[in-house]
Design a binder for this molecule. Structure first.
Ligand SMILES: NC(=O)c1ccc[n+]([C@@H]2O[C@H](COP(=O)([O-])OP(=O)(O)OC[C@H]3O[C@@H](n4cnc5c(N)ncnc54)[C@H](O)[C@@H]3O)[C@@H](O)[C@H]2O)c1
Ligand SMILES: O[C@H]1[C@H](O)[C@@H](O)[C@H](O)[C@@H](O)[C@H]1O
Length: 336
């Protein structure tokens, strides 16, 4: 059976996922596309899925008889409405991060999925599929004793004008929020945000860089540097300090060159390349589960916990230095 996928949002990652579904992965094809920007959807269809139907709205696409499963890659603030539409249609849905830009929105998705009674939602936390993070998790669990501290950095070379301060949390830190709780098998109890000296390369509406301090239930202290105009490359760092040793996320493989009296190796500049294998693996996993009418991988609960933590960090951004508590309700049985 070929799974018929409808894609809502045909911008950067929507197109990248359309390409991988139609050209790289197996078991699925894109049969419908939708975007509020008609030029964008027409171009994406012509370039990547000429047989797909262009559908007027995301809700219509989710309900369409020609679609078995939905991929949501529109702007974060619009994810909730489309994920709810897919659940209402009883269809598996892969939603890019964030599941919702607020805990309230993600909570409504958890409620709808638990009322439906079967997993339908996978959240695009692709780092859980990354070989480097998986190797790091094995070392953290088996080699370095109890983790005590984590030092992490998330650096983008630059961001567009529409990227504003809360997006440093909702769009960028959200990856660390999820992957670190997965890595440490722990949840957060508080968040604090501090701002170092501002880079002159940031545009007016984004505070950059920022440092986010998180504390987990077991007392692990985490610092994450978010620096989205770092200029030099796309750089993801993570170091876990344990009682018996220290473990670091490996850098992506790169040729080491000796030339002109210098030792050099390239640093990537684009998120699409840095996690290309993980995007392939997460979507292949989605296709496999969706063909059985369900979902696997990161759950709506993971998306909800990330949103609760993200809300606390956004609140902490607005009160520099203050420590904002994070608390979670009981996890519904569907996610045990
Ligand atoms: N997992 C990752 O590493 C990763 C990477 C990039 C983007 N993302 C996430 O994917 C989402 C999209 O990001 P992007 O970089 O592709 O953005 P983008 O701006 O390039 O594309 C978003 C598209 O969504 C469309 N859109 C906006 N509102 C819509 C609506 N109501 N209905 C239908 N379409 C709508 C826009 O017209 C645009 O074409 C964001 O949530 C982002 O955080 C995740
Ligand atoms: O949407 C993108 C994407 O999620 C990247 O992985 C992240 O590094 C960027 O900061 C974010 O804006």
């Amino acid at each position: 059976m070929t799974l018929r996928i409808g894609v809502i949002g045909t911008g950067a990652i929507g197109r990248d996922h359309m390409r991988r579904i139609n050209q790289t992965l197996s078991g699925a094809k894109v049969t419908a596309v939708s975007d509020v920007n008609i030029e964008s959807v027409r171009t994406a269809r012509a370039d990547l899925a000429p047989e797909a139907e262009v559908v007027g709205s995301g809700e219509e696409l989710a309900a369409s008889a020609g679609v078995d499963a939905v991929v949501v890659t529109s702007w974060g603030a619009t994810h909730e409405q489309y994920v709810l539409a897919a659940i209402a249609a009883g269809k598996p849905v892969f939603c890019e991060k964030p599941l919702s830009t607020t805990a309230a929105g993600a909570g409504r998705i958890v409620e709808a999925e638990t009322a439906f009674g079967r997993r339908l939602v996978q959240v695009g936390f692709m780092r859980r599929y990354d070989a480097g993070y998986r190797m790091l998790k094995a070392v953290v669990e088996n080699e370095i004793g109890r983790p005590l501290m984590v030092h992490a950095a998330h650096r983008n070379p630059s961001v567009p004008e529409q990227y504003i301060t809360p997006m440093a949390i909702q769009d960028t830190l959200i990856h660390e929020i999820d992957v670190l709780r997965w890595l440490l098998d722990d949840d957060y109890v508080s968040a604090q945000v501090i701002s170092p000296r501002r880079t002159r390369h940031a545009h007016a509406r984004v505070e950059d860089p920022q440092i986010v301090l998180l504390e987990t239930k077991s007392g692990i202290r985490i610092d994450v540097e978010i620096f989205v105009n770092c200029r030099y490359g796309y750089d993801i760092q993570c170091q876990v300090v344990g009682e018996e040793g220290l473990a670091s996320l490996p850098d992506p493989m790169a040729v080491v060159m000796r030339k002109d009296a210098k030792l050099q190796s390239a640093i990537m500049t684009d998120w699409k390349d840095r996690f290309i294998d993980s995007y392939d693996l997460e979507l292949q996993d989605f296709i496999k589960a969706a063909a059985r009418g369900t979902a696997s991988g990161p759950t709506a609960w993971d998306g909800y916990v990330a949103a609760v933590s993200s809300d606390a960090c956004v609140e902490a951004q607005s009160q520099p230095g203050s420590i904002v508590p994070i608390s979670l309700p009981a996890r519904p049985a569907l996610y045990n």
